[in-house]
Design a binder for this molecule. Structure first.
Ligand code: NAP
Length: 458
């Protein structure tokens, strides 16, 4: 009876995870998807707590209490802008748990493990360990605790490959001779070091790709744990996690027209790649706030293009207010959303949803690009790389081929940014030097708030 209940709760949990993932594939159903996945997790936990192997609940309850308090605090106090580093920290904990389960199972088996169990266990410890340190470094880079730009040295890729080959070599040896405990811990230690070295040469804006890849490793490590523990829900959830993370990494790379190897080994955003940027073309034209307010107030169609600067300025509510006053005056307002604007997938969608911007006003790249020709004013808010026309016009640009929001085709472009700072790629942006473009300097939130007042009086 107990076994049936466990199997039933695991089956239900697996179905809910799949439905949850399906829900997450669209912003309108994302919230429901999240709730379904949460309910699935509850089912999985209840099923696990029913296991007859459990001798005492004391430690489990202690873990549950600590985890709930930490989780609740993170959910309540971590701001939206810190979501990428929060995710990195969660990955690190999840992966560490998988690695520790692997170590415990190895010690329990005391070297007498069959080939299949040792393969799954070794895989779990190796991936779990490298994901732990890789995610911790990703967290530190995103949180600004260590330098966010790529850290490189001569022969780095060769050294990393050699280290990986040695770790995998030990793993293979252990599958054949599981009894060598010293080698088991050396493998785990090397994997911990490899995780750090893997993330070191990657710039912080590429972290979402790396994290989604690390997430995929953590998922596969969990699936391996499922094989070791003969736990079906872990196998299913781990595999879903593993492959969805991998697919997301590929999609992000495609949106930047870069290969996954370029992200992992190209040290993109470092001084070397940035040095290939073009010369300055003329000078930027600064425009007054009142002039821009008049342009906006008397426009037929305005498109807002948010980027990373909107997130750092926390200007999502201010842009919504500006849209409201413009719409009240009969202006059509749309938002152009680039798939990799900001620092994590869906970054702009999350921020704008927080400010209650209706989903129907958000337009994806393919939908909005044909509309720029009929747009009176495009307002670029803290975006840079995702509107860089060099990606379209200059085949020698390091970002050549990356799909962009073609704001330069609008009748007028207004760029809100603090100064002459470059985007993540470190490249100059010819858009800022075009005659059609006017620059309005200042923190995006402050500028937008002042624009709201100016439009009201226009
Ligand atoms: P971006 O190219 O990084 O540019 C952001 C701009 O915002 C900067 O030029 C900066 O100029 C301005 N800014 C910063 N703080 C501001 C503030 N408080 N107020 C006003 N402006 C501010 O951003 P993006 O156009 O969104 O492009 C995202 C980049 O990240 C792309 O290169 C993309 O490939 C990369 N990336 C993203 C993801 C993802 O999942 N989203 C994944 C991998 C890589 P000032 O300093 O002059 O203000």
């Amino acid at each position: 009876m107990q076994t049936y209940f466990i199997e039933l709760s695991y089956l239900l949990a697996s179905i809910l995870f799949i439905l949850g993932l399906k829900g997450l594939s669209h912003p309108e159903t994302a919230k429901r998807g999240m709730h379904l996945a949460e309910f699935g997790m509850l089912m999985a936990i209840i099923g696990t707590l029913m296991h007859h192997e459990i001798v005492t609940y004391t430690w489990i309850l202690a873990g549950l209490a600590i985890g709930s308090v930490v989780g609740l605090a993170m959910g309540v106090w971590v701001p939206m802008t810190a979501m990428p580093q929060r995710t990195a920290l969660s990955h690190a904990f999840g992966a560490l748990a998988a690695a520790l389960v692997g170590v415990a199972e190895y010690l329990k088996g005391a070297g007498h493990l069959d080939t299949v169990t040792m393969s799954a266990l070794g895989f779990e410890v190796m991936l779990g360990s490298l994901t732990t340190t890789g995610s911790l470094l990703a967290f530190a880079k995103l949180q600004g605790m260590v330098r966010g730009t790529p850290m490189t040295y001569k022969g780095q890729n060769v050294f990393n490959m050699l280290l990986l080959a040695t770790t995998v070599g030990i793993f293979i040896y252990l599958v054949i001779n599981p009894g060598s405990m010293t080698l088991f811990f050396i493998m785990a230690g090397l994997a911990f070091v490899f995780g750090l070295l893997l993330v070191m040469p990657i710039g912080s804006a590429d972290m979402p790709v790396v994290m989604s890849l690390l997430n995929s490793y953590a998922g596969l490590a969990s699936a391996a744990t499922g094989f070791v523990l003969s736990n079906k829900v872990l196998i299913i959830a781990g595999t879903l996690d593993g492959f969805s993370g991998f697919i997301l990494s590929i999609l992000m790379c495609r949106a930047m027209n870069r290969s996954i190897t370029n992200v992992l080994f190209g040290a993109f955003g470092s001084a070397t790649t940035a040095g290939e940027s073009g010369e300055q073309q003329g000078s930027m034209r600064e425009v007054g706030l009142e002039d821009i307010a008049t342009q906006l107030a008397y426009a037929n169609k305005v498109v807002f293009v948010p980027g990373y600067g909107l997130a750092t300025a926390q200007a999502q509510h201010a842009v919504r207010e500006l849209a409201d006053v413009l719409e009240k005056r009969g202006v059509t307002v749309k938002y152009g959303i680039h798939p990799v604007a900001g620092r994590m997938p869906g970054h702009m969608n999350v921020l704008l949803a927080e400010a209650n911007v209706p989903y129907s006003s958000l337009y994806e790249l393919e939908q909005i690009n044909p509309e720029f020709a009929t747009t009176d004013v495009s307002v670029v808010i803290g975006a840079n790389d995702v509107v860089n026309p060099d990606a379209r016009d200059n085949p020698s640009s390091p970002i050549a081929g990356m799909p962009i929001l073609e704001v330069d085709r609008s009748k007028s472009v207004v760029v809100l940014k603090r100064g002459q700072g470059k985007g993540f790629s470190g490249l100059e942006n010819p858009l800022f030097f075009k005659p059609v473009t006017g620059m309005l300097y200042g923190d995006a939130k402050d500028t937008l708030t002042r624009l709201v007042q100016a439009v009201q009086h226009a």
